[in-house]
Every structure is written in structure tokens, then in C-alpha cells.
Design a protein around this ligand. Structure first.
Ligand SMILES: [Zn+2]
Length: 113
């Protein structure tokens, strides 16, 4: 097991998870549940527990870590993020609906910069 990605941004975590999933890379996510509503692990402040993605294949650590970083910097990720008006979760621009409560992006028309 090798750690290839660490983030405190749930939107980045989701993006990397989908990226690895698309490429059929075996991975596990650590600390993801700590970033939820807080009902499960109230004793640990989320900011002390960055979320981590670990891959099963040690040989691919550098390759996959580099691929993740390239993808995060790719132009298509520069879409403006938005905040769900139903639950308040912040979303990357590539999401058209809230991953948490499935509410659609209502803020796209506003451009509240
Ligand atoms: Zn939501």
C-alpha cells in the first residue's frame, strides 16, 4: 500500500476517486468518514485528519501520484466551484449536482464571485 494523495478538500478527494476508478486502479480512502457530518467521530476535528488515498500497487506509486497532480492542474478542473444551497457543501465545478444531498447546482446562474 502506498499513499498517493492527501487532501482536505472533499471535492478533490471525489475527483481523484473518480479518476482512479476510471482507470481501474485499486485504491482505498482513509479518513473520508471523518469529513462527513461529524456525527460519527465528533472527538476529532476534521482539519487534523486530511483524507488520504492509498493504492494497492506499490510499483505505481510515483506514476499514479504524478498522474493525479497533472489531472488536478488540468484546465478542465479550473471550472468555478460552487456551494450547495441545500446542505452548504462546496463542490468542484465539474459536478452539476451535489454529491452529498443530490440537489442541483442552483448557483451557476449567479456567478457570485
Ligand atoms: Zn447538498
Amino acid at each position: 500500500m502506498r499513499r498517493v494523495f492527501v487532501t482536505q478538500e472533499f471535492s478533490e478527494l471525489r475527483y481523484v476517486q473518480s479518476l482512479l476508478g476510471e482507470q481501474h486502479i485499486d485504491f482505498v480512502t482513509k479518513n473520508e468518514h471523518l469529513m462527513g457530518t461529524g456525527s460519527a467521530a465528533g472527538e476529532v476535528p476534521p482539519f487534523f485528519c486530511p483524507m488520504e488515498i492509498w493504492i494497492a500497487d506499490d510499483q505505481k506509486e510515483e506514476e499514479i501520484a504524478a498522474m493525479i497532480q497533472r489531472s488536478l492542474k488540468a484546465p478542465r478542473l479550473v471550472q468555478a466551484s460552487w456551494r450547495c444551497q441545500t446542505c452548504g457543501e462546496e463542490m468542484e465545478g465539474q459536478f452539476s449536482a451535489c454529491w452529498k444531498c443530490a440537489a442541483p447546482d442552483l448557483s451557476s446562474a449567479m456567478h457570485a464571485d
